[in-house]
Ligand binder design. Structure first.
Ligand code: NAD
Length: 479
């Protein structure tokens, strides 16, 4: 059993209370390690260490030096990619090919933001005679990062790389359900030359370490990805200290298929957009909206593909792994049971591979058809491999339906009509729109984040560097 510790001020340490949390293998439900159960006093040490880094070597570094460290880290991640992927797959159960892609994506985050670190320039502003005015970008200071369990490594790269590029010092609270890759990345960051205290990791429960971090008066900015309920608690905590946060709270993203779509191209991508990572993706395409005139043909083809989905262990490298925990498994089962009880047609299910442990958190992907528009599976985020297909009449109806949830993270539009592509892209309420493709969160370069209850603020792309910093206006009078 491997025992993991906290990283505070460059040192690996136990939680002050000495308590631990079991690390559970989602394929077997058997513990295979422990993480430290960090609490309020551990968070306090981490925040002080981060402040110390800002006052010390890290705070004095030039943007170019910071960028070089991040780019070196990217190279070290690539060199350790297989180990990172194995760790991520063991911790989350995801197929090895997905875990490998995640490891490559983390490296890309540090490469991209490492390269960008010294390319964020300020402005000069023409003002009154006898004045020089410059606007410079400055870091927030100590940043808190709350990370979920679905893509732990990628999320760490997404939030941490721009924060460090801008010169913040970070305290990361990964999910208690999957945090081994975050700890490994921290180890690699130290190897890359990140000074002590610039990155601190406090593992533990959300209600303990997470709540302590978001409420700490020494934290100047928070990023959070997770459930809307926890997002509200994060906002309340940061509001008490009057500090900003960026929230990514999931979605119920529509994939809209018009009658003139290229179905052969669309259908495999539509199925992947919900089965990827066993549906545990904030930007999963979980609502399939199909124009009535082609509904029967499209749903038949989607059902055929759905029934071919296979679920297994990371080593089997099939379409889906298990869900992350027994809690998520029973939550997703409850959605499926409820839909069946309501008489919603269950059109197709994937299959579990032979020989899986019956204690593992596996679940067969499920496709529901003719889903009534106001039902739970049509409107709520399930966070599992469950696709709800709903027919629509015309373009106006499709847009109304696409926008008929509380969320607005991503949308997919399938049509060969260029004007319709533009009209729908303009009117659909979401942070990203994919036309004749579906990115499910991909692309380090692409600004990402939600509207409505999917959250606010943006990550990824250059815009993340603005989120992770603020401006200072310097006005100089000269004679
Ligand atoms: P969660 O929101 O409870 O946990 C996400 C992270 O927030 C974890 O690190 C957790 O420890 C932390 N956290 C929890 N409560 C906190 C608090 N009060 N203060 C600070 N941090 C806190 O998510 P969950 O319980 O793991 O999953 C529940 C549901 O959330 C899922 O079924 C899914 O719908 C949604 N979810 C969404 C995403 C996403 O990417 N949008 C990711 C994970 C979960």
């Amino acid at each position: 059993m491997k025992k993991s510790q906290l990283l505070i001020d460059g040192q690996w340490v136990d939680a002050l209370a000495g308590e631990t949390i079991d690390v559970i293998d989602p394929c077997t439900a058997i513990p295979f390690g422990t993480i430290a159960r960090g609490q309020v006093q551990d968070v306090d040490r981490a925040v002080k260490a981060a402040q110390g880094a800002l006052d010390g070597a890290w705070g004095r570094m030039t943007a170019t030096e910071r960028g070089r460290i991040l780019q070196r880290l990217a190279q070290i991640i690539v060199a350790n990619g297989e180990e990172l992927a194995q760790l991520e797959a063991r911790d989350t159960g995801k197929p090895m090919s997905v875990a490998r892609a995640d490891a490559a994506a983390v490296a890309r985050y540090f490469e991209f933001y490492g390269g960008a670190a010294d390319k964020i320039h300020g402005q000069t502003i023409p003002y009154l005679n006898g004045y020089n005015v410059s606007v410079v970008r400055v870091p927030h200071g100590v940043t808190g990062h709350i990370i979920p369990w679905n893509y732990p490594a990628q999320m760490m790269g997404r939030t941490l790389a721009p924060a460090l590029a801008m010169g913040n010092a970070a305290v990361v609270k990964p999910s208690e359900d999957a945090c081994l890759s975050a700890l490994k990345l921290a180890e690699l960051a130290m190897e890359a030359g990140l000074p002590p205290g610039a990155l601190n990791i406090v593992t533990g429960y959300g209600a303990e370490a997470g709540a302590a971090l978001t409420a700490h008066p020494g934290v100047n900015f928070v990023t959070f990805t997770g459930s809307p309920e926890a997002g509200i608690l994060v906002q309340q905590a940061t509001a008490r200290n009057n500090v900003p946060c960026v929230l990514e709270l999931g979605g119920k993203s529509p994939q809209i298929v018009f009658e003139d779509a290229d179905f052969d191209k669309a259908i495999p991508i539509i199925v992947k957009a919900i089965s990827q990572n066993a549906g545990q993706t904030c930007s999963a395409g979980s609502r399939l909206l199909i124009q009535q005139s082609v509904y029967d043909d499209v749903i038949k083809a989607v059902a055929k593909r759905f029934s071919q989905l296979r679920v297994g262990t990371p080593e089997m490298d099939l379409d889906c792994g298990p869900l992350i925990s027994a809690r998520q498994q029973s939550r997703v089962h409850a959605f499926i049971r409820n839909a069946v009880e309501q008489g919603i047609p269950l059109l197709a299910q994937g299959e579990l591979a032979d020989g899986l442990s019956n204690k593992g958190f596996f679940i067969a992907p499920a496709l529901f058809g003719q889903v009534p528009r106001d039902t739970r599976i049509a409107t709520q985020e399930i966070f599992g491999p469950v696709l709800s297909a709903i027919p629509f009449f015309n373009e106006e109806d499709a847009i109304q339906l696409a926008n008929a949830t509380e969320f607005g993270l991503v949308a997919g539009v399938w049509t060969e009509n260029g004007s319709r592509q533009s009209r729908v892209a303009q009117r659909v309420a979401s942070g990203q729109v994919f036309i004749n493709c579906y990115g499910a969160g991909g692309g380090v370069e692409l600004p990402f984040g939600g509207v409505k209850k999917s959250g606010y603020g943006r990550e990824k792309g250059f815009v993340a560097l603005e989120e992770m910093s603020t401006t200072k206006t310097i006005v100089q009078h000269f004679e």
